[in-house]
Write a protein that binds this ligand. Structure first.
Ligand SMILES: [Cu+2]
Length: 156
């Protein structure tokens, strides 16, 4: 009698663990499928060709959110002072915009805010350069992998 009770409990625990594992598997599978669908949707290319304004600057407004940049293909003229105004949509998720091309005059990592942050630089070399949001939550895919990336195309 002393051993019957623990055995019974162990079986019950195993059974409920099995139920929990199945439940968790269903939730994880649902998350994976829906995040794959979102990533698929985010992959539209939106091109913006910057024009030089009266002050001799090219100004680009960039919006970022879950999980995209718009525009995500930005065409700039080499040697022209550039202003990016970067704004975030959504509520909770933090985003940044990062480019690491010091040889081309573009090297920054700026948090995106609701009100918009300003980045000023001058592209110095023609070419195509990637920019990304490098945020990542725990074991989930990075924002870049989910679609938060784009290219700056610097032309002569
Ligand atoms: Cu992000």
């Amino acid at each position: 009698m002393g051993s019957a009770l623990p055995n019974f409990n162990a079986r019950e625990v195993l059974r409920s663990m099995r139920r929990n594992i199945i439940f968790l598997s269903v939730i994880i599978a649902t998350c994976l499928v829906s995040s794959a669908l979102f990533a698929e949707e985010a992959k539209k290319e939106v091109t913006f060709v910057a024009e030089v304004n009266q002050e001799g600057k090219q100004v680009v407004e960039i919006t970022g959110g879950e999980y995209y940049f718009e525009p995500n293909h930005i065409v700039l003229k080499v040697g022209v002072p550039t202003v990016f105004i970067v704004k975030r949509t959504g509520y909770m998720v933090p985003h940044n915009i990062k480019i690491d091309q010091p040889d081309a005059g573009m090297s920054f990592d700026v948090d995106m805010s609701k009100s918009g942050n300003t980045i000023e630089f001058t592209p110095t070399k023609a070419g195509t350069y990637p920019f990304i949001c490098d945020k990542k939550l725990l074991f989930f895919e990075s924002h870049k992998e989910k679609g938060m990336d784009g290219v700056i195309e610097v032309v002569e």
